[in-house]
Design a protein around this ligand. Structure first.
Ligand SMILES: NC(=O)c1ccc[n+]([C@@H]2O[C@H](COP(=O)([O-])OP(=O)(O)OC[C@H]3O[C@@H](n4cnc5c(N)ncnc54)[C@H](O)[C@@H]3O)[C@@H](O)[C@H]2O)c1
Length: 317
């Protein structure tokens, strides 16, 4: 069993990743400064003797290196970030500090203290509005925000350090992640958490444009499993892979699933399409299957049923 340091552990993906790792019998040291995460997300983890929480800022010089020196983890899963594209546009300096400098501090901590593996939370945002569909890892990278640019720069920083100093780096390019504990108040939290809140409160949702835009929605439980594989599967080599399903779901389809579960709520309201909105985003999941042995198991319908009911839905074997 391994000891894993998870940055951003109190966040949406971090808390699910932590729970998954603990369930697999690993030890987890979670680090978070509660910038956007919440202690309640770690309610289950905090009951485990295999979990320790460190309330610290990973972007502050020396903090991560000291922690890694004290804890000696086998792997670091680096999820802590400024996660809002809009906030990165409004505050590019802060984006640089939290999304680039912090990655350098992770690389440095791994180098100094012999950490064997670093897993990095990258994003489909590095592709920008790539024309290719489905998007393969080799697609042209054309980030269109400071957030996307920082994720791409961090991939290169970490991969270059790993190649030079001898640790394995896995860059996980998440597509649209959804599930419980996603904060609908965050501008980047995505359409599903906003739809879930509105339908729960009996309010119609707004669709910009015709609603035929499509996204590759991946359930957070699958993402947690992909992170655990990247951190612990023996024999992995460095590289980057899309963490996606390879299936496209339109916003109209989403609204239809929610409407069926909430019959009293009014039909979606259509507004003019927003400038700059990407029409279609679809990932190719083949590389993750080869590199990590990862394939998403939870379809959108099952994932939404779980989110709406609050009950786990059995997944395909
Ligand atoms: N949710 C998605 O669909 C998605 C898609 C692509 C990439 N990502 C990436 O996945 C990662 C996790 O995202 P999330 O959706 O769980 O967001 P989140 O906001 O729920 O989680 C981020 C966590 O990092 C913590 N954090 C931020 N700055 C910190 C710092 N300096 N020191 C310590 N902790 C800090 C926050 O408090 C929070 O708990 C991020 O790197 C994000 O960019 C998410």
């Amino acid at each position: 069993m391994a000891k894993i340091l998870v940055t951003g552990a109190a966040g949406f993906i971090g808390s699910h990743t932590t729970d998954y790792l603990l369930g697999e019998g690993h030890k987890v040291v979670g680090v978070d400064n509660f910038r956007t995460g919440r202690k309640e997300n770690l309610a289950t983890a905090l009951r485990s003797p295999a979990f320790a929480l460190q309330v610290k800022d990973v972007a502050a010089p020396g903090v991560l290196a000291d922690l890694v020196a004290a804890e000696r983890p086998d792997a670091i899963i680096h999820l802590a970030a400024l996660v809002s594209v809009q906030e990165s546009i409004a505050n590019p300096e802060l984006n640089f500090s939290l999304n680039v400098l912090a990655s350098q501090l992770v690389a440095e901590a791994a180098r100094l203290h012999g950490v064997g593996r670093v897993v990095f939370a990258s994003s489909a945002a590095i592709y920008g509005d790539a024309a290719e569909r489905p998007i393969r890892e080799s697609a042209e990278k054309r980030p269109v925000s400071p957030y996307g640019a920082a994720k791409l720069a961090s991939e290169d920083l970490l991969l270059g350090h790993g190649a030079c100093y001898g640790f394995t780096v896995r860059c996980q390019r998440y597509f649209n992640v959804f599930g419980a504990r996603q904060d609908p108040a965050s501008p980047y939290s995505g359409v599903i958490s906003i739809f879930a809140r509105n339908y729960r409160e009996g309010k119609s949702v707004t669709l910009y444009g015709d609603g035929r835009q499509t996204r590759d929605f991946i359930a957070v439980g699958d993402v947690a499993r992909a992170n655990a594989l990247a951190a612990t599967r023996p024999g992995l080599t460095s590289g980057a892979a899309n963490i996606c399903t390879g299936r496209a779901t339109s916003l109209l389809d989403l609204a239809g699933i929610f409407a069926a579960a909430h019959p009293g709520v009014g039909a979606p309201v259509h507004r003019a399409a927003r400038a700059g909105d990407i029409l279609h985003s679809l990932g190719d999941p083949a590389a993750a299957a080869v590199a990590l042995g990862f394939t998403a198991r939870t379809g959108v319908a099952a994932g939404l049923a779980e989110l709406i009911s609050g009950q786990p839905v059995p997944v395909l074997p």
